[in-house]
Design a protein around this ligand. Structure first.
Ligand code: EPZ
Length: 426
């Protein structure tokens, strides 16, 4: 295991180029299972969760070749394996996105129950509901999800009472290989859903309503013959947002983050400007200037285009440095305030109300100590805490962070952060 040692209070200066979007990659890679032919994906992030997904695709029979570090060639012709035995599938949430494409292509599936960040119960009832409406039999038992096509399988109307990102993605892919028209009402419209929809259109799936809460898919039984298709994964808006928040808290910081698509970052940019942070949009990215005179704000995480839950731990950490009382409400996941305990250990003044609300009082100096990344975004938040803190901070269990941020240590060092990796004997 390794940890990150951080000497705090050094301003960040320079430019960071964000990698391909993790959550888009974790949806687009399984989507190759809808095709026959060759797909070349560019700007694929070199992160652990993508490596796990590549291994799962190889396990089910997809030929995968790295043409370079970020360009990956997928070739698929014959049927794929539907009985997935690999325990790798239970290590990431993204393996759930194998459900829709394999079930629709092969007519059956046995998939280990997915894993992922420990940020709440993370049910899959909407995935199951949507597939049952299309006529698939779904049963979850003994740590597996079993699915089977029935004679009634056909396109139909699906309504999600919560705009689940994963359920929208799974049903988009299942509907693509299910004969007839499928309508998804109250679909998620997060950036990764819009990107997946664009990719599906590129391989020949007929989808209308992209970017809206109502998606219409004209499905068919046969896989999509693609010949050879090339497609580029957009930059990661959550990585961009993470570095924007890193730059914001220390006077003297000036960081240009690119690419940073305004459409994906509107909720964050609005909050940063409310806090008094200067965000300049230029050259396809943004430049963020550090400011130690921050105003408190209220944060409510909501499905896109509300404030993104995945940036909640990181802005919550920054708000310890605002002059006044901020309120953070986590309304998407039911247990995503675990990072607060470590901030308290560093000197923060925070009161939590139940599992979803934190009252954060500032401006409170933080002091370095040993903390632990318990999941991906909590780890990213504790890195910010170390950058803001007086003295030295050790963030243990950095493997959680490497799941979703490519070369985050190198990028921080390039910006002048005093960080280094320490190999833990334990
Ligand atoms: C995706 O997870 C992301 N992961 C998460 O990012 C992100 O936090 C989440 O969307 C919300 O934006 C990937 O894309 C790989 P959901 P997912 O289905 O698909 C309810 C990160 O840090 N729900 O929208 O699991 C439940 O309350 C990760 O990059 C149901 O009730 O998100 C859940 O908490 C963490 N039934 C909420 O929706 C269901 O069947 C959000 O889940 C599914 C979801």
């Amino acid at each position: 295991m390794n940890s990150l040692q951080i000497e705090g209070r050094y301003p960040l200066k320079g430019k960071v180029v964000v990698s391909g979007c993790k959550n888009t990659a974790l949806a687009v890679l399984p989507a190759v299972l809808l095709t026959k032919g060759t797909i070349i994906l560019k700007n694929v992030p070199d992160i652990v969760d993508v490596q796990t997904m590549v291994a799962l695709l190889r396990d089910v029979g997809v030929e995968v070749e790295y043409l370079d570090k970020h360009v990956v060639k997928f070739t698929i012709y014959d049927d794929v394996e539907w009985n997935i035995k690999s325990i790798k599938a239970s290590s990431i949430r993204g393996s759930l996105f194998l459900l829709g494409p394999i079930l629709a292509r092969m007519g059956r599936i046995a998939l280990p129950y997915p894993g992922g960040c420990n940020i709440g119960t993370r049910p899959i009832d909407l995935h199951e509901k949507g597939l049952r409406i299309l006529g698939y039999d779904i049963e979850t038992t003994s740590g597996y999800i079993y699915g089977r096509k029935t004679r009634d399988t056909k396109g139909d109307l699906i309504y999600f009472d919560f705009p689940s990102v994963g359920a929208t993605e799974n049903l988009l892919m299942a509907a693509a290989l299910t004969t007839g028209y499928t309508v998804i009402e109250n679909a998620a419209i997060d950036p990764q859903v819009v990107s997946l929809s664009a990719f599906l259109n590129r391989i020949g799936v007929k989808i209308s309503g992209i970017g809206t809460r109502k998606l219409v898919i004209e499905g068919r039984q046969k896989p999509y013959e693609v010949g050879t298709v090339e497609w580029t994964i957009p930059g990661d808006y959550l990585e961009a947002g993470t570095f924007m928040l890193y730059a914001a808290g220390i006077t003297g910081s000036k960081v240009h983050i690119t690419p940073a698509y305004r459409g994906f970052l509107i909720p964050l940019i609005a909050k940063l400007e409310d806090m008094g942070i200067n965000v300049v949009r230029e050259d396809g990215g943004v430049t963020v200037y550090g400011n130690e005179n921050l105003s408190p704000v209220r944060i409510k995480t909501l499905p896109f285009p509300g404030f993104p839950t995945d940036l909640q731990p990181i802005i919550g950490t920054l708000l310890t440095q605002a002059n006044g009382e901020s309120v953070v409400q986590e309304l998407v996941h039911d247990r995503r305030l675990g990072y607060v305990n470590y901030l308290l250990r560093m000197g923060a003044d925070i009161t939590t109300l139940g599992q979803s609300t934190a009252i954060i009082r500032g401006k409170t100096p933080l002091f370095g100590t040993e903390v632990k990344a318990e999941n991906l975004r909590a780890g990213a938040a504790l890195i910010l805490a170390g950058l803001l803190a007086n003295g030295t901070t050790h963030v243990k269990d950095m493997y959680h962070v490497y799941r979703g941020y490519e070369d985050i240590v190198g990028k921080l060092q390039t910006l002048g952060a005093h960080v280094q990796v320490i190999v833990d004997e334990s």
